[in-house]
Design a protein around this ligand. Structure first.
Ligand code: IPE
Ligand code: IPE
Ligand code: MG
Ligand code: MG
Ligand code: MG
Length: 333
């Protein structure tokens, strides 16, 4: 059973994406068709919903960050189109439909991905109404999160035989290929909101980074335990391609425990971001040293909680962020 999800936010994102157009002439209309085919095929919209939920938490009006949220979903969709290509995971089902290359051919699918990536930045830089310096900071974060030290670097580590064995490299791979874009969905909103107090930023950063890793652990588990219908993509893709995942590394039982640890660490960070003390949080002080010891690498630049005093501003409205974290975690149960 899944926890409740901010469905109203998902619907608003869906509506916004539906309104996006890219091509300005008949010559390129077919490319737009392929881009919109993949974009509008469904999907949980977790990243844009996360951006909207973060906006509420830091006191911004949610609709203000919609251009950023839309841009993030364009980038995510591009990553899925390329991830499914024959040279990558070679999958034929995505969001319950034939993958982009199956429907339109490999050449068009590659270009649809390229187009979504470029149009994402065009959209953000053209439509995001915030002070220019803030928009630039968000765009720079988004580019970094999806580049060599982010999602694409993680995808490289996923396919490269040079990636070292062992849990530390696997966690790093997950941080990069999935964690960075999920983190950016939170961090870019802080940048747009000009939240500059490190005491406020650090717990949000820890929350977002841990949520990203949790997301990929859950995805790895569902690749084994899910069904094509429920997932909208082929079960067993990882095993077919000999991928290193949390399940191949630890076994299903331990992967579930590690997802539980990750979920609790994310909630601890969120409680701190909300201005509560971890001990006051309903989930309690849940960090369990020992279990993850030796495999947790803090994201570069992320200070441990103890380094800075807890922020003591007005309490943050983090209810929707909590719903998203619970939703991601309970997808495995
Ligand atoms: C799938 O992402 C790719 C990963 C990073 C694991 P999602 O599970 O968010 O896919 P959609 O957007 O809901 O289709
Ligand atoms: C892909 O990870 C992450 C991306 C950057 C797209 P996966 O290969 O596990 O994603 P799925 O399972 O195909 O959605
Ligand atoms: Mg993949
Ligand atoms: Mg894949
Ligand atoms: Mg997967």
């Amino acid at each position: 059973m899944s926890a409740s999800y901010p469905e109203n936010l998902r619907q608003e994102v869906e509506c916004y994406l539906e309104g996006m157009r890219f091509s300005e002439e008949a010559l390129t209309a077919g490319l737009e068709e392929a881009m919109r085919y993949s974009l509008l095929a469904g999907g949980k919209r977790i990243r844009p919903v996360l951006a909207l939920a973060t906006a509420r938490a830091v006191g911004l009006e949610q609709h203000v960050v919609m251009p950023l949220a839309g841009a993030i979903e364009l980038i995510h969709t591009y990553s899925l189109i390329h991830d499914d290509l024959p040279a990558m995971d070679d999958d034929e089902l995505r969001r319950g439909q034939p993958t982009c290359h199956v429907k339109f051919g490999e050449d068009v699918a590659i270009l649809a991905g390229d187009g979504l990536y470029a149009e994402a930045f065009r959209h953000l830089l053209t439509h995001q109404r915030s002070a220019p310096a803030r928009v630039l900071a968000a765009a720079a974060e988004l580019a970094a999160a999806t580049g060599v030290n982010g999602m694409v670097g993680g995808q490289y580590a996923d396919v490269s035989p040079r990636t070292p064995p062992g849990p530390a490299a696997l966690r790093r791979l997950h941080e990069l290929k999935t964690g960075r874009l999920i983190s950016a969905s939170v961090i870019c909103v802080l940048l747009l909101g000009a939240i500059s107090d490190e005491r406020e930023i650090v717990p949000f950063r820890r929350f977002a980074a841990e949520l990203g890793v949790l997301f990929q652990i859950v995805d790895d588990i569902l690749d084994v335990t899910g069904t094509d219908d429920a997932l909208g993509k082929p079960r067993g893709s990882d095993e077919r391609h000999g991928k290193r995942t949390y399940v191949s590394e630890f076994g299903i039982k331990r992967a579930r425990e590690l997802a539980g640890d990750s979920h609790r660490m994310a909630l601890d960070a969120l409680a701190e971001a909300a201005g509560e003390s971890a001990a006051a949080h309903p989930a309690g002080p849940t960090r369990q040293p020992g279990r993850l010891e030796g495999i947790v690498e803090h994201e570069r630049g992320t200070a441990p909680a103890s380094v800075l005093p807890a922020s003591r501003g007005a309490p943050r409205a983090t209810g929707e962020l909590r719903q998203i974290a619970d939703f991601i975690y309970t997808r495995t149960s």
